[in-house]
Write a protein that binds this ligand. Structure first.
Ligand code: PEP
Ligand code: MG
Length: 767
């Protein structure tokens, strides 16, 4: 069964479009199960109906014509119950609905299983038999497995169709949305430019061409070049290879003959597809063909075809890279964005970023935040290759993008862009004003930095210091560990820019999802593994060099603070302090005139929440890393879009933990700050201020908004709001309550449209 499933999934995965995928599914499942009928019905969100999309066994003419309401017939019943229905005699079931155009009356037994992807019922997979019998357990389990395996592919196929502007019924689809995770805040409206690593066939986008002859010429010259390459290699190796090994090159050259692969590619180009896309299609078809063969030798040929495809592609791309056109408002889209890709875009044209892989902690997201480019990461189900040249809306607040936007949705987001600009301009006046409530309660507003660009932006936004300098960022942009001298230079820049205000440097925090290319950490469960202080205590040579560089960089400025990430017990603090003291004395002995910096602990792990007093007794300050603390308290991977709806910073458990941390730290006379994303959320900042946090550290872009909200309310008012929300038990209700309070206080503009509000808007537009 496993091998049938594997080859089915493989075939379906390489189908050209949704229809081909569905046709493959019904024909293979019908064959594998030996049933007389296999059909697939998909839900069409535009018409709210199940449509018969493909069948083997019913009349083909019914495909696309027969449809049922959401709760109509047995198909509707399977969909609404979200579980299999197995009937010996379907026509006698009260929900049975007969469609003469299908020829269904001949079949008595019925087994339908829902196709569900991320909780959404996409459709129903049905098998039918003439004979009146119940399908056995094995058959039912097989169909359920097929359906579960294929749901993702079907969702992807649907999305691809929708992106190209087509719903299942061939109607125009608009406001197609995809959810990922926020990478950098802000909204962008622009044109998608798909960039992809060189010579990666799978990443080649689908594009039409209107200059067929020049695409054919381009392809033919690539074929000539590859031929020459292969002949050269074959000649060079002639004396070292036996004739049968040399024959491999003949296979390659034969495949490059006009009648073989190139001929088929040229035919596809003549159908109007650009050369790279045509090559991709033909190579994938060959590969599929070879991989399906039973003969092991022939299966292996798939590797040769893929290799040949890559060689041809790399020659095609040599010509192509030069004329990649970046529109005025470019939204860069890629499977995996790299900083180098960002660098290719001409100055002033990059408005948004979209990456399938990666998270808000990816290097590229950090860079995007520094540059102020709205970014969405981790868009798993998106058909990247279809986005080239499409109008896209990037909502970096919510981690969502829209393709084929309707005029209403575009206008809605344009207004947000305009308001955002206006808001930022309006807030410039607050730059030098203190962050103080109307009843005189003062909070320090600090920034999170990683690159020098952040520092420049932070200064212009009126930050009072750095609450979190992520030292891993300069480590990430190198191809080896930076030397002590290099680190010293990075650190000095940050310290100088803010002196005499405090600059809090976090010791290297790698592991989890933060990787250094030159120090790979491969673990089954990286967030519970070797990360943060655990790594650096195991590698004192890294820790000591870093602290030495920090201390030397602080000479004469005396504004350095050191912070320890991922602390889960007191001995980690003691060991770290021991090393810091050791370096401090050594550096002083070397003649540097430095002061012992304040040292703090990050509260990011639930265990730390329950040991605040013990931790605080040993250090000078505490700073809550609410991003990690939320992830660990709720057991929700902060970068996994599948569980993103469970990651909620307003969860009552998170708020209770935050209250407790501030109280316990103050009880032993130590200041408590916060440097997770919650601090930069206007509503979150109000609650944190009410809890008594002494400092809030955030993105430079959020700082003016937070300052304006805090300056407009009294602490007493915020404390009442906190008291009210602490009585509530649902994160969603808490969020609505805080939003309402902000709205009533005149800050409705600071609330970004949620997924629900934008969806409601698109539904409204559709009706
Ligand atoms: C946090 O976890 O909240 C934090 C500030 O650290 P990072 O986001 O870098 O893990
Ligand atoms: Mg953290």
């Amino acid at each position: 069964m496993l091998s049938i499933l594997r080859s089915l999934v493989q075939e379906v995965n390489s189908a050209r479009d949704l229809q081909e995928a569905l046709d493959i599914i019904v024909s293979r499942v019908q064959k594998a199960m030996g049933t007389e009928v296999c059909s697939v019905y998909l839900q069409d969100p535009v018409t709210n109906r199940y449509i018969l999309m493909a069948t083997e066994g019913l009349y083909r003419k019914a495909v696309g014509r027969v449809s049922l309401g959401y709760s109509e017939g047995l198909v509707g019943l399977v969909g609404s119950r979200e579980e299999p229905i197995n009937l010996e005699d379907a026509p006698s079931h009260p929900r049975y609905r007969y469609f003469p155009e299908t020829g269904e009356e001949r079949f008595r037994s019925f087994l339908g299983v829902p196709i569900i992807h991320h909780r959404r019922v996409l459709g129903v997979l049905v098998v039918q038999q003439r004979e009146s019998r119940c399908f056995d357990e094995g058959e039912e389990a097989f169909l359920v497995t097929v359906s579960a395996q294929l749901a993702g592919v079907i969702a992807h196929g649907e999305a691809t169709g929708a992106i190209s502007g087509m719903s299942l019924t061939g109607r125009e689809a608009r406001d197609v949305s995809f959810n990922g995770v926020p990478g950098a805040p802000g909204v962008a409206i622009g044109t998608g430019v798909v960039v992809y690593p060189a010579a990666d066939l799978d990443a080649v986008p689908e594009k039409p061409t209107d200059d067929i002859e020049s695409e054919v010429a381009l392809f033919q010259s690539a074929v000539r070049a590859v031929r020459e390459d292969i002949e050269r290699v074959a000649n060079r190796l002639a004396s070292q290879l036996r004739p049968e090994e040399q024959a491999l090159f003949d296979v390659y050259l034969r495949m490059l003959g006009d009648e073989a692969l190139p001929g088929e590619v040229v035919n596809r180009i003549r159908e109007g597809i650009w050369a790279q896309g045509a090559l991709k299609q033909v190579v994938q078809q060959y590969v599929r063909h070879f991989e399906m063969m039973d003969d092991h030798y022939l299966q292996e040929r798939a590797v040769d075809v893929r290799d040949l495809g890559r060689r041809l592609l790399s020659h095609l791309q040599e010509g192509e890279q030069r004329h990649l056109v970046y529109p005025e408002k470019t939204v860069l889209v890629s499977e995996e964005l790299t900083p180098a890709m960002l660098g290719e875009v001409p100055k002033g044209r990059l408005v948004g970023l979209v990456s399938v892989k990666g998270s808000s902690n990816s290097h590229v997201a950090i860079l995007a935040r520094a540059m102020g480019v709205p970014t969405v990461m981790g868009l798993v189900d998106i058909p990247v290759n279809q986005l080239d040249g499409k109008e896209l809306i990037v909502d970096g607040f919510e981690g969502q993008i829209f393709a084929s936007p309707s005029a209403d949705l575009r206008a809605f987001y344009q207004e947000i862009c305009d308001e955002e600009d206006e808001l930022v301009r309006g807030l410039e006046a607050l730059r030098d004003k203190p962050c103080e409530t109307t009843d005189g309660h003062r909070v320090s507003l600090l920034v999170n930095t990683g690159l020098m660009t952040d520092v420049v932006r932070s200064l212009s936004h009126g930050a009072e210091g750095i609450g979190l300098y992520r030292t891993e960022v300069p480590f990430m942009i190198k191809d080896r560990f930076p030397s002590e001298q290099e680190q010293r230079e990075y650190y000095r820049e940050q310290l100088e820019a803010f002196a005499p205000n405090p600059v809090t440097m976090r010791t290297l925090d790698v592991g989890g999802d933060k990787a250094l290319a030159y120090f790979p950490i491969n673990e089954e469960n990286p967030f519970l593994g070797w990360r943060g202080i655990r790594v650096t205590l195991d590698h004192p040579e890294i820790f000591l060099v870093q602290v030495r560089a920090m201390l030397k960089a602080s000479e004469g400025l005396n504004n350095l603070q050191i912070m320890l990430p991922m602390i889960s017990n007191v001995s980690e603090v003691e060991e770290s302090l021991h090393l810091i003291y050791r370096v401090y004395h050594e550096v002083r002995e070397e003649g540097y005139d430095i002061h012992m910096p304040k040292v703090g602990v990050m509260v990011e792990v639930p265990a730390a929440v329950y040991q605040i007093r013990e931790l605080a007794d040993r250090v000078d300050f505490l700073s809550v890393g609410s991003n990690d603390l939320t992830q660990y308290l709720l057991a929700v991977d902060r970068n996994n879009p599948r569980v993103a709806q469970l990651y909620h910073s307003y969860h009552p458990a998170v708020l209770q933990a935050l209250v407790r941390i501030a109280q316990d730290a103050h009880a032993v006379g130590k200041p408590a700050g916060i440097c997770g994303e919650l601090a930069g959320d206007p509503g979150g900042a109000l609650l944190l201020m009410a809890m008594g946090y002494d400092s809030l550290s955030m993105n430079a872009a959020s700082l003016p908004k937070v300052k304006s909200v805090i300056r407009s309310v009294s602490r007493e008012w915020a404390m009442q709001l906190l008291e009210d929300v602490l009585m509530l038990d649902s994160p969603h209700v808490i969020k609505s309550c805080v939003d309402l309070a902000l709205r009533n206080a005149g800050f409705g503009r600071y609330l970004r449209p949620g997924k629900t509000s934008s969806l409601a808007l698109s539904e409204q537009a559709a009706s």
